[in-house]
Design a protein around this ligand. Structure first.
Ligand code: GDP
Length: 138
């Protein structure tokens, strides 16, 4: 069993797709064991994405992530980190496989609907960025 961090990005909340994306997550056998809706500050977005601070798209990405509410979640399941990455699809929706969240919902490479941790080590760091143990109910 693993846990991973998921974020439903502002393009999802803006289009009222939280339930539709959650259905994809649950249909894939992942359990949503913590969830809250937040409006990130610029400082929080920059801290969360600090690993990307040298990338050309860093400022655009942070602006997008604070453009509306997000829903942050902890997902639990067998092989949850890789399983969720598969359900999400490729970063650029143009390259995403059929039936993935990004293929079906993403608007662009930036407004690509979901974030998922890319390794177990990052999952643990990202979960504790947003959640205390008391908020996670497995
Ligand atoms: P992920 O792990 O699939 O989310 O992809 P990355 O870690 O490479 O990038 C983090 C996030 O930055 C992506 O999910 C996109 O929202 C955004 N992003 C990635 N590449 C680009 C790009 O070329 N341009 C812009 N504007 N945003 C990007």
């Amino acid at each position: 069993m693993q846990r991973t961090l998921s974020i439903l990005k502002p393009d999802v909340t803006r289009r009222n797709l939280t339930g539709a994306v959650n259905a994809r997550i649950e249909d894939a056998g992942l359990r949503i064991i913590a969830q809250k809706r937040l409006h990130l500050s610029l400082e929080e977005a920059q801290r969360f994405y600090a690993v990307h601070q040298e990338r050309a798209f860093f400022n655009d990405l942070c602006s997008f992530m604070i453009s509306g509410p997000v829903v942050v979640q902890v997902l639990e399941g067998e092989n949850a980190v890789d399983r969720y990455r598969t359900v999400m699809g490729a970063t650029n929706p143009a390259n995403a496989d059929e039936g993935t969240i990004r293929k079906d919902f993403a608007e662009s490479i930036e407004a690509n609907s979901v974030h998922g941790s890319d390794s177990l080590e990052n999952a643990m760091k990202e979960v504790s960025f947003f959640f205390s143990e008391m908020e996670i109910v497995g």
